[in-house]
Design a protein around this ligand. Structure first.
Ligand SMILES: Nc1ncnc2c1ncn2[C@@H]1O[C@H](COP(=O)(O)OP(=O)(O)OP(=O)(O)O)[C@@H](O)[C@H]1O
Length: 587
């Protein structure tokens, strides 16, 4: 496709990394900065702390801030600032132990349970439910009696109790992704399960696990501080919870003593939660690539005058250029397409994959994907230039005067709603019918497109009908408003050959009956020969030949058309020729 592209330099980046998006969020930036400060304090505690956190100086008991000690002295004459700095290190180590244990256990179990299911899932879910049923604080208090004053051991055990959160999250994510086609493809290509889990599935769970880690770290800090506040920590080790407890005991003599550890705990926990929120927001924004539209180069800027409407022409596309943002410029995917569709004609838009057929059709429907834009040219429909219409005006046209039949019938029906409900609502909106009128019209159309039991199809969910029936349903929906123009994008590609023929026959009948003009996007010359009056052949974003159907087959002008037709004939001949030999081999 390199030949189809034309990059024009302009200003502005288009996509941002997750880190970039987090840092662009003011709260995300603030939270990241604060967490980095706390981490650096913990790492460089021996260098930052001016005094030994355990050193007692009797004459500095409860001294005010600045009087030798930056934040004052505690009830035993120790430097509160130095204790807080060392406390950062010990508190973060405790929280890290809880988080690492929880994530290791939860993510590993979740990956296996989600991917393999069966007894892995039964066993892991049972253990997870049992752990969640235990009151964590009571268990830790009980274990303190049995195991002694080791806050790190307590946090390790607390990590086990936090692991169900990671387990459930990971299992759900893995279940959602394990049946994706690319995972099947990886299996078929011979990758082992372990390799698939590490290469493909871990990538999917990575970001949500990071968010969960941030939240769990906050919880671990709070619980650890709580345990130490209750006096269950090691008194010889400065931690924020321990300092808070000392401050609380000494509150009447030195009230500021509880302020500093309180601030340290709340700022750190709030930063972790804010960071988690910022990552989540960034993921939601980043899920769809965010585009900052580059400047449109001058050569496109001049407005293309719409042609004077010609008698009998319903759709008149002139010099259409469609492009997508690419780096600092635009990448053209349709280069100056000109096509006239006369009222009542069926015009085929053919060409190999990626030649720009769908982009041309979507430009008419004003349904280009995010970032896509008609940079120049005009699309005149019944005398009006669609490129000048607002979104509201286009919405009024779509479905009512210009209808669309998509390629994949199943993925265009919402599996959560009955077929009837999905068809009635658009008719009520587009045609202003009452619910009863819309239902009657839908039933009439379902019968018209050849569905044997319209009432049953009306009440069915999409998974309860076949692909061919689903395509008939979509055709019924598209034609129900008697549109002037029907754009059908490969309407038969997803169907088997006999159903294809029936659907084409149906489209032919409906076109006669409803006096519709049809643009048929396809790569299949069989479909073209079957239904089209005229054909436009597209190659690399341009129309290289436009001709009446008979002339195109009998006397193709462009070498590319001849090549496409040649490949069809060659294919037919090869299949016909080789079939008996293949049978012989099989026997
Ligand atoms: N959202 C998008 N962003 C950027 N480029 C796109 C986007 N959608 C399509 N394209 C590009 O537009 C070109 C034409 O695509 P188009 O879908 O029109 O092809 P097509 O002829 O309909 O092929 P197919 O029959 O395979 O659908 C391709 O090079 C494709 O990569």
């Amino acid at each position: 496709m390199t030949e189809t592209t034309a990059s024009i330099p302009a200003a502005g980046p288009q996509r941002s990394s997750l880190t970039g998006l987090v840092l662009r969020n003011p709260l995300g930036l603030l939270a990241t900065a604060l967490i980095i400060v706390v981490l650096l304090t913990a790492i460089f505690a021996p260098l930052i702390a001016p005094n030994d956190p355990a050193a007692v100086q009797i004459f500095k008991v409860n001294v005010a801030p600045g009087d030798g000690y930056l934040l004052g002295g505690d009830g035993s004459g120790r430097d509160i600032f130095s204790r807080l700095v060392w406390g950062a290190r010990n508190t973060l180590i405790g929280a890290a132990i809880a988080v690492v244990v929880a994530a290791l256990l939860g993510v590993t179990a979740g990956l296996f349970a989600g991917y393999f299911g069966k007894w892995y899932e039964t066993a892991s879910s049972w253990i997870s439910d049992a752990l969640m049923a235990l009151p964590a604080l009571i268990v830790l208090l009980a274990l303190y009696q049995a195991l002694g004053a080791s806050i790190y051991l307590s946090m390790g055990i607390f990590g086990i109790m936090l692991s169900p959160g990671f387990y459930r999250l990971t299992r759900t994510l893995v279940k959602g992704v394990k049946n994706e086609l690319y995972i099947d493809a990886a299996r078929v290509s011979g990758l082992t399960d372990m390799r698939i889990i590490i290469r493909h599935i871990l990538l999917v769970v990575r970001a949500p696990v990071v968010i969960q880690t941030s939240i769990v770290a906050g919880i671990a800090i709070v619980i650890q501080a709580g345990l130490e506040f209750l006096g269950l920590g090691d008194p010889s080790m400065p931690t924020w919870g321990g300092i808070l407890q000392n401050g609380f005991q000494n509150m009447y003599n030195a009230p500021l003593g509880i302020l500093w550890p309180g601030l340290a705990i709340s700022i750190t926990v709030a930063s972790l939660v804010l960071l988690a929120n910022a990552i989540r927001d960034a993921m939601q924004t980043g899920a769809a690539p965010s585009f900052r539209t580059p400047a449109i180069p001058a050569k496109y800027a001049a407005a293309t005058p719409a042609p004077t409407p010609e008698e009998g022409v319903l759709l008149d596309i002139r010099d259409l250029v469609v492009a997508y943002p690419d780096g600092n410029g635009w990448r053209e995917v349709v280069h100056g397409v000109t096509l006239q569709v006369r009222k009542g004609d069926v015009v085929g838009l053919v060409g190999e994959s990626g030649s720009g057929k769908t982009q041309t059709a979507f430009a008419v429907l004003d349904l280009l994907s995010t970032g896509g834009k008609v940079l120049s040219g005009s699309i005149t429909f019944d005398g009006e230039d669609l490129t000048k219409k607002s979104e509201t005006e286009m919405r009024a046209l779509r479905g009512r005067r210009i209808a669309y039949v998509p390629q994949e019938p199943m993925s265009n029906l919402d599996p959560s709603f009955r077929i009837g409900a999905q068809m009635v609502e658009p008719l009520m909106n587009v045609l202003g019918l009452s619910k009863a009128q819309a239902k009657a019209r839908v039933l009439e159309m379902l019968a018209r497109v050849g569905l044997p039991d319209p009432e049953r199809t009306f009440n069915a969910y999409p998974h309860q009908v076949s692909g061919g029936m689903a395509q008939r349903v979509l055709i019924a929906g598209a034609v129900a408003s008697s549109p002037d123009l029907l754009i059908a994008d490969e309407p038969t590609t997803a169907l088997d050959v006999t159903v294809q023929a029936e659907v084409l026959e149906l489209l032919r009948e409906l076109r006669e009956e409803f006096h519709m003009t049809v643009v048929m996007v396809t790569h299949n010359f069989g479909v073209v020969a079957d239904i089209c009056d005229r054909v436009a052949v597209m190659k690399k974003g341009e129309i290289v030949e436009e001709n009446a159907i008979g002339a195109l087959f009998s006397n193709p002008q462009h070498p590319y058309t001849r090549m496409l037709l040649g490949s069809v004939l060659e294919d037919t001949e090869v299949r016909a020729y080789r079939a008996p030999a293949a049978k012989g081999n099989a026997a």
